[in-house]
Design a protein around this ligand. Sequence first.
Ligand SMILES: Cc1cc2nc3c(=O)[nH]c(=O)nc-3n(C[C@H](O)[C@H](O)[C@H](O)COP(=O)(O)O)c2cc1C
Length: 161
Amino acid sequence: MTIDRLAFRDCLGCFVTGVTIVTTVGEDGEHVGLTVNSFNSVSLEPPMILFSLDRGAQSLLIFETSGHFAVSVLSDVHEALSNRFAQRDTNKWDNVATRIGANGCRLLDGAMATFECTTYAQYDGGDHVIFVGNVIAMNVDPGAKPLVYYRGAYNSLSAVA
Ligand SMILES: Cc1cc2nc3c(=O)[nH]c(=O)nc-3n(C[C@H](O)[C@H](O)[C@H](O)COP(=O)(O)O)c2cc1C
């Protein structure tokens, strides 16, 4: 079977995900971040998570060399933030409320959950690099509702349930 690129994306879009912003900070103090929905759990013991990063991303080199990253799980009020962090060549941090976490990476204020990691491994994932992290700190806001991504569009839990 030939896997057409667009049809493959459509097929993947049937898998409902949340939306995260993954951040890291370089040795020179430069903070970078991007919108990611390839986040997933890996291991409970030890606690590990993963995401995959496009080899074409401007932030790739900093993620490859920093040794740590953080994941902010977006809530349903964060659609504009998700769009902003999915754009290149913009000042993503302008007027965005953040705090610095235990590993030095930025965490988004109002995130539904956060995970702070040290980078455990980087694996070849075709045109992406798969980053696996050991979770060293986390936080959850039990009152927040998640931003949902489904078939290339944002959605709410009630709309897909
Ligand atoms: C909902 C959504 C999910 C995304 N998920 C990913 C992802 O898992 N991995 C990735 O590399 N890019 C993903 N992107 C695209 C990046 O956010 C986008 O290419 C971004 O501009 C990369 O930032 P950078 O080039 O400044 O590093 C996603 C975009 C959106 C809107």
